[in-house]
Design a binder for this molecule. Structure first.
Ligand SMILES: [Zn+2]
Length: 388
């Protein structure tokens, strides 16, 4: 058994080349459902690194330009179980004319667009890590990329991914704001809920006696609804109210929509039940009606600390001299959807900040460490399985 204190693979990562690659990828204009340009880039770049690739038909479900990309590299030792790296190819808007600016070791946009470090930084790091592994002649098992489209509006590409194309069962997604070293083991269950509240429409001056305001019924329900942080690890929110026609009309219907997130499926269900009950009660009390629809957004995941994915991540982080730390998140990610579909996945931090805003940024240090950690993960994954 060999015990290594540092990663040879990580030492092969070329920080300057990685930075250049990130700047190039960041400038590719490919927001959600319009990922063709970044897909074209990868169609050329991945075969040069020894990958075969294919696209699925996910985009046909939502009128996108291109499907999810699944790419495969045999590696130097096919006896090792394959490991995948995943991220999304899309960014939020606006991206038109994106010009990255580097100041004091931190990459920003010029203030008129987002930067797209979410998640082109991961994409750049993955490509550089593979290049480094190959150039360094580092032995490694098969590597797969699962690169999704249309992630930003709600993990849509991952939901329609053709999972029969993925050959790996375990992998990593670098897509969180913690500095490199962050390892996220636990993500929430989430469901959306819609209340269609019905009263009775009437004109305030002509037949107001027939009126029953749906807005007031909804208000009664909402005023009795527990929202915000329900307890540690359970959140609820009402984010949408739609209804009413004219200021002179007593509104006959209003739609109220919200969502619940929790690490516990039981607590998620209990909170949904509470929200349904108070709205139902309000409708009964005020002589109206309510139709309720609940829809699963995604399932939670909880990867044990003893899992080899976690052990590999802890060791690989130490090998590149960053401090690993285990966390959980109430944010949703492709990680939720991949786990739900049988791919054991954990999220790792890459240190981007203020994403989805003009102030989005990432330090060059975190960018380069993402490349180094990716290379170290591939190397450590191989070592862990070789030792067995
Ligand atoms: Zn992201």
């Amino acid at each position: 058994m060999t015990t290594k204190l540092s990663s040879c693979a990580a030492e092969q990562v070329n920080g300057e080349r990685l930075l250049d690659l990130f700047l190039e990828l960041a400038k590719i204009n490919a927001p959600s459902t319009k990922e063709q340009l970044v897909a074209d880039y990868l169609k050329k770049a991945l075969p040069e690194l020894g990958f075969t690739l294919e696209f699925d038909d996910a985009h046909k479900n939502f009128d996108g330009e291109v499907g999810n990309l699944i790419a495969w590299h045999e590696g130097t030792d096919s006896s090792i179980p394959p490991i995948f790296f995943s991220t999304h190819m899309d960014t939020v808007l606006p991206t038109e004319g994106l010009k990255p600016v580097i100041k004091d070791g931190v990459i920003h946009s010029d203030g008129t667009t987002i930067l797209g470090a979410d998640d082109r930084a991961a994409l750049a790091a993955y490509l550089e890590a593979i290049r480094a592994i190959i150039e360094g002649g580092i032995p490694h098992g098969p590597i797969e990329f699962i690169l999704t489209v249309n992630e930003q509006p709600g993990l849509v590409g991952a939901r329609y991914l053709d999972y029969s194309k993925a050959k790996s069962k375990t992998g990593y997604i670098f897509d969180s704001s913690g500095d490199v070293g962050q390892i996220i083991l636990k993500g929430p269950y989430s469901s959306r809920v819609w209340f269609e509240v019905e009263g009775n429409a009437a004109h305030i001056a002509l037949n107001s006696e027939e009126g029953n305001s749906a807005i007031l019924i909804a208000a009664e329900g909402l005023s009795n609804m527990k929202l915000g942080q329900i307890e540690e690890g359970t959140l609820a929110n009402v984010g949408i109210i739609n209804g009413g026609e004219l200021t002179s009309i007593i509104p006959g219907s209003v739609t109220v929509a919200g969502e619940v997130r929790s690490f516990s499926k039981e607590k998620l269900d209990a909170q949904l039940k509470h929200m349904e009950e108070v709205m139902q009660k309000a409708a009964e009390k005020k002589g109206g009606k309510v139709k309720i629809k609940v829809e699963k957004k995604y399932l939670g995941f909880d990867i044990p600390k003893e899992d080899i994915l976690v052990k590999t991540a802890l060791k690989a982080a130490r090998n590149i001299h960053v401090n690993p730390y285990l966390t959980e998140t109430l944010g949703g990610a492709d990680t939720n959807v991949l786990n739900e579909n049988g791919l054991t996945t954990i999220t790792l931090g890459l240190g981007f900040q203020n994403i989805h805003s003009f102030r989005e940024c990432i330090s060059v240090e975190n960018l380069v460490n993402t490349g180094r950690l990716t290379a170290a993960l591939i190397e450590q994954w191989y070592e862990n399985h070789k030792e067995k």
